[in-house]
Design a protein around this ligand. Structure first.
Ligand SMILES: [Fe+2]
Length: 217
């Protein structure tokens, strides 16, 4: 995988049908091979004639978008966000979750911030359900390890807010429409069965110092 231009499509961490029956094989293949691949392609196209940015990472492009020429700024921000978020999204799921709730430092932080794993589930589900149109719901932490749930529109990430993602769910219709039609709630209920809490725990421990927060939104 290239960390800079030309960006490449990250391989799926599992087979197309690995998330069945919760997320079907066709949805995963279209989502990864067409949508995620499309963001990679469009990002490279936007940057092609701007070699001064070819050494920038995805996060540098997202966080430093103010320094990009205006005529490519929106395309780069949208598509870099799309690439970053989709790589993260597919890594947030596993066909064989080791647990149904977080463990270790993340478990303590979740309990402190939300009261319980079940409450976090409700808060994040509600955030995902109430995202109007296309976007994402995130569990994220700040540099002090404080957790919060938030939603972003389109391909925006929590990175410009100074937050490190711990977990995310894609609520663009392309993530669920082939199987669930307009029933976003059913997709979310299924998605929770696939959450890789080990991955989320690693993200949490990498983003802060394991401090416990009582904040949530
Ligand atoms: Fe997506």
């Amino acid at each position: 995988m290239n960390e800079q231009y030309p960006f490449e499509l990250a391989p799926l961490p599992y087979s197309y049908d690995a998330l069945e029956p919760y997320i079907d094989s066709r949805t995963v293949s279209v989502h990864h091979d067409r949508h995620q691949a499309g963001y990679v392609k469009k990002l490279n196209e936007a940057l092609r004639e701007f070699p001064e940015f070819h050494s920038w990472s995805l996060e540098q492009l997202i966080l430093g978008c103010d320094r990009l020429p205006e005529r490519i700024r929106t395309d780069v921000l949208r598509n870099a966000g799309g690439v970053w978020s989709h790589e993260f999204y597919f890594d947030c799921m596993t066909p064989k979750p080791a647990s149904v709730c977080p463990c270790g430092a993340l478990a303590k932080a979740v309990d402190a911030a939300f009261g319980s794993c079940e409450r976090l589930r409700d808060v994040m589900t509600q955030s995902a359900l109430t995202r109007f149109g296309s976007g994402w719901a995130w569990l994220a932490c700040d540099g002090d390890g404080r957790l919060r749930v938030l939603s972003t529109g389109n391909q925006d990430t929590p990175l410009p807010l100074g937050l490190r993602p711990v977990l995310c769910v894609d609520v663009w219709e392309h993530a669920y429409y082939l199987k669930y039609l307009n029933l976003r709630a059913d997709y979310l209920e299924a998605w929770w069965k696939l959450v890789d809490w080990q991955f989320a725990g690693e993200n949490y421990e990498a983003c802060g110092c394991g401090k416990i927060s009582v904040e949530n939104t």
